[in-house]
Design a protein around this ligand. Structure first.
Ligand code: ADP
Ligand code: MG
Length: 198
């Protein structure tokens, strides 16, 4: 299961390279697709090694790889997210939806601390926060995925207040945030695998 989870998440991110690049070209510097592809290709190359570890250790190692390989603003933020998730899930044997929700709450706080940011500022947090909330409510995984996709789309009318896009001021309005979109892509792939494996 862990092996499928890693592989399908990585493949989804890599498959969306062009779209993420296009989104970041509109309100950033156009590197989000390449940044994410570089990081998740490295995870894919390491997937057997990662999947051989306990979930917590695998997520921590994945986070460290992302910090080193993704770069940009998003690398340390996704790195914090996955390292924090790994730390929370380490040693847990019964990992159900409520345990994942609790771990994601801590990981979301880690991203907020690292980014000095909050949901509502047109960033990846605009997807991470509703995903955490849906998981905590015990929503079906298909609904969690749908909420993530909708939340990414809903960043379009927001004016960016953090990151490179904030330099555009009002001109950032009308475009989906690239990091929100990549978070939705990751969520959708993860929910698909988790749903399938029960
Ligand atoms: P860079 O902006 O350095 O080129 P990327 O293009 O890889 O890095 O990533 C940009 C994405 O990172 C944004 O779309 C946004 O979602 C996310 N981001 C940037 N700054 C922050 C922040 N302070 N808090 C949360 N997310 C952020
Ligand atoms: Mg960029």
């Amino acid at each position: 299961m862990l092996s499928d989870l890693i592989k399908e998440v990585c493949e989804a991110v890599i498959a969306h390279e062009a779209e993420l690049t296009a989104l970041d070209s509109a309100i950033g510097d156009g590197d989000h697709g390449l940044n994410m592809k570089r990081g998740f290709s490295e995870l894919l190359a390491k997937s057997d090694e990662l999947a051989g570890q306990e979930v917590g250790a695998a997520l921590k190692a994945a986070g460290m790889t992302l910090v080193m390989k993704v770069g940009g603003a998003s690398g340390p933020l996704y790195g914090s997210l996955f390292m924090s998730l790994g730390k929370e899930l380490a040693g847990k044997t019964e990992i159900d939806q409520s345990v994942i929700a609790e771990a994601l709450a801590v990981a979301q706080a880690a991203v907020m601390a690292r980014g000095k940011s909050q949901p509502g500022q047109k960033t990846m947090l605009d997807v991470i926060a509703p995903v955490q909330q849906k998981l905590a409510e015990g929503a079906a995984l298909t609904d969690v995925a749908a909420a993530a996709l909708a939340a990414a789309e809903a960043t379009a009318p927001i004016q960016a207040l953090k990151g490179r896009a904030s330099f555009l001021g009002e001109r950032s309005i009308g475009h989906v945030d690239p990091g929100a979109r990549s978070s939705a892509v990751i969520t959708e792939a993860a929910c698909r695998v988790l749903e399938r494996s029960g």
